[in-house]
Design a binder for this molecule. Structure first.
Ligand SMILES: Nc1nc2c(c(=O)[nH]1)N[C@H]1C(S)=C(S)[C@@H](COP(=O)(O)O)O[C@H]1N2
Ligand SMILES: [Mo]
Length: 162
């Protein structure tokens, strides 16, 4: 059990962030519990209701805090709801970058969000402009996490709904 936990790259862990973006622009692929997959592009994310979160900070243990930024994107729950057939059971989502960094979000966090926290976003714009590759392209923003940015996944390549 413990050994297995250590191998789980989505568990919180200490990490020196990659500052350099991946060489190729990734496709973002969503996979459903039945194994079916769909490519999600930025225009599709822009077609979902948008949310802007002002005053976001990215807190890095390695290279300090940056911000404030206004991140704009689609709510992760809206993408999942739009992409899963109704009544499909699911319990968690793995959000994984092309550099194999990632984070797990539970259905509970998304379906019963804390009233005092803004929603978890898949952001595609920062300060009103589409994000560059250096800035993360499509980046998850988890407003409740303010310590070490381990959940603020840049360069998302896979969203696995399990
Ligand atoms: N894809 C990816 N996302 C990532 C990381 C990473 O290494 N790869 N590092 C995380 C950590 S630990 C930090 S501190 C922030 C750094 O974000 P910044 O480069 O925008 O400051 O990105 C987070 N998201
Ligand atoms: Mo970090």
């Amino acid at each position: 059990m413990h050994t297995h936990d250590k191998l789980d790259r989505l568990r919180p862990h200490r990490h020196d962030p990659n500052l350099e973006p991946p060489a190729t622009a990734p496709d973002l692929i969503l996979s459903r519990p039945d194994g079916s997959q769909t490519i999600i592009d930025v225009p599709y994310l822009q077609s979902l209701p948008l949310t802007t979160l002002p005053n976001c900070y990215i807190v890095s243990t390695g290279h300090g805090t940056s911000g404030p930024f206004a991140f704009t994107g689609a709510r992760l729950i809206d993408l999942i709801t739009a992409q899963l057939p109704q009544e499909t059971p699911w319990s968690q989502v793995e959000v994984i970058s092309v550099d194999d960094f990632g984070n797990r979000v539970t259905a509970q966090e998304l379906k019963q969000p804390d009233d005092h926290q803004p929603p978890i976003l898949l952001a595609y714009a920062m300060n009103g402009t589409l994000m560059s590759r250096k800035q993360g392209l499509v980046r998850m923003i988890v407003p409740s996490e303010k310590d070490d940015a381990l959940r603020q996944v840049k360069w998302i390549g896979r969203i696995n709904v399990l």
